[in-house]
Design a protein around this ligand. Structure first.
Ligand code: SF4
Length: 477
């Protein structure tokens, strides 16, 4: 789709505007986002009327630099439309809004975050124009949509009221795939919608692994591939099962290799350590490895504080977004955390040591009962020392593993000191060690292309100082 100019829209509209960021100094207003609330929802209905409606203040009635609650409700009608398409159509709202000059849309569902810049506002852009663009692009892209209503809400009370209803609908959608497992189907689905900003990213969507954006589950993907076989969502034949626990399939590897232009060779569907899937940037949560305890923390997008490793969601997200495959870091959806296959290649919930309280509550029913109290939150610990203490007190399985490793290492040292011969037991010590973790090239501000590999290491440092060595000086010494 090239540039699309609508005579009655005061700014340009088209893919050339995708990827445009609206930074704080250029911002006219912010809608929804982390400091407010809102959502977007597409519903298939029988009687859409082709209307665009704004409920509440339009942009010219808002204060400059203000933050406002915001909802986008799109109702579509058409004889071939099925409810299963709602999730996939909803995901396109992100793309269509980003086509509008000076408007930035991030995330999905009840996590949306929109900014309008001053230039576009000054050119005359108003919410009703955004509504018309959404309506026209839906009808242009999907000819089976016969009528389309777009309702944009800025009235705070109304947004709040509709948000609760939308959350119920998201929950019902996610529950639909709960009874299907990866082994029950012959094909998975792939999505490359996010390649516009993460060119090597390929989402693999399976019954047990809903897309990391949280917006597309297995049934949504199946409906989308059926109705638009040449679109961004496509079938992925499973091929041969290479490793059941990690979730490695020959068919998935072939597709990932091809769609990532050869950048990614192999992916495990259910591991954050061994060839994890790539992450784009839309994920609802990040799984991150904590070497001190040989376990994982998971932090969701809405969590504002710092994780026990001393950094917030945004910095962790930066480590693995952009289509990179980074062992130890993995973008996931909350729905994937509810799957019985969640990180099964890394021992699943037995390796989860920290969650924000809110997230822990959301996924409570998926956490094995014997582990629930052993997982720390921000209320229990604020750094890794406190985390270790907490896990020891609670006898978390991760700490038991570490203690086994430490005991064996001590035994090995004693044996070496007494100059006895190496025993089979000592060999076992080496094999128990903490797994290898390759840090991303951009870690600690290093330039891309540099890889740090830590083998069986537990490293603790209060400060890392990286200085550039002057080779000329060194030579002249
Ligand atoms: S995160 Fe994945 S499934 Fe969701 S839109 Fe992007 S590529 Fe598609």
């Amino acid at each position: 789709m090239g540039e699309i100019m609508f005579d009655d829209i005061p700014v340009s509209v088209g893919p050339m505007n995708e990827g445009e960021r609206v930074r704080s100094p250029d911002m006219y207003v912010e809608l929804a986002g982390p400091k407010s609330y809102g959502f977007e929802l597409v519903k298939v209905v029988e009687n859409a009327e082709d209307k665009v409606e704004v409920v509440g203040k339009d942009l010219d009635e808002m204060e400059e630099k203000g933050r406002y609650p915001f909802a986008i409700i799109v109702k579509v009608s058409g004889s071939n439309l099925e409810e299963d398409l709602e999730g996939v159509l909803e995901r396109r709202v992100h793309e269509f809004i980003n086509y509008i000059e000076g408007v930035m849309h991030l995330n999905q569902r009840d996590q949306i975050w929109i900014r309008v810049n001053k230039d576009s506002f000054n050119k005359g852009l108003r919410l009703k124009h955004i509504g018309y663009v959404i309506q026209r692009l839906f009808k242009a892209e999907f000819p089976f949509i016969e009528k389309c209503d777009v309702i944009l809400i800025t009235d705070a009370e109304k947004v709040k009221e509709e948000l609760e209803k939308a959350r119920e609908i998201y929950k019902k959608r996610d529950e639909k795939t709960k009874s299907i497992r990866d082994e029950d189907v012959d094909v998975f689905y792939g999505c490359v919608m996010c390649q516009s900003f993460a060119p090597t990213h390929v989402c693999i969507i399976t019954p047990d692994r809903p897309a990391l954006c949280g917006g597309i589950n297995y049934l949504d993907a199946r409906a989308a591939a059926k109705i638009d076989p040449n679109g961004p969502i496509f079938e992925v034949p499973k091929g041969e099962l290479i490793d059941e626990k990690l979730g490695i399939y020959s068919g998935v590897n072939e597709v990932v290799r091809e769609k990532s232009q050869g950048a990614i060779e192999e992916v495990s569907l259910h591991s954050a350590l061994v060839n994890p899937c790539t992450s784009c940037g839309c994920f609802e949560a990040v799984v991150f490895y904590i070497p001190e305890v040989d376990g994982f923390g998971v932090v969701h997008r809405g969590f504002k504080g710092e994780t026990p490793v001393g950094i917030p969601f945004s910095s962790l997200a930066g480590q693995c977004s952009g289509g990179k495959q980074v062992p130890g870091f993995l973008g996931v959806s909350i729905a994937y955390m509810m799957s019985p296959k969640f990180l099964q290649g890394d021992e699943g919930w037995e390796r989860i040591v920290w969650l924000p309280k809110e997230l822990k509550e959301r996924v409570k029913e998926a956490i094995p009962k014997n582990l629930y109290d052993k997982i720390a939150t921000e209320e229990n610990v604020s750094n890794t020392d406190e985390l270790i203490k907490f896990l020891k007190e609670k006898e978390h399985p991760c700490i038991k593993r570490i203690e086994v490793t430490e005991t064996k290492v001590e035994e090995q040292e004693v044996t070496e000191i007494s100059e006895t011969e190496e025993t089979e037991e000592n060999k076992e010590v080496e094999s128990i060690g903490i797994p290898t973790m390759t840090l991303p090239g951009t870690f600690a501000g290093l330039p891309p292309g540099i890889k740090i590999v830590l083998y069986n290491a537990v490293i603790k440092a209060e400060k890392i100082v990286i200085t550039k060595e002057d080779f000329n000086k060194k030579k002249n010494k």
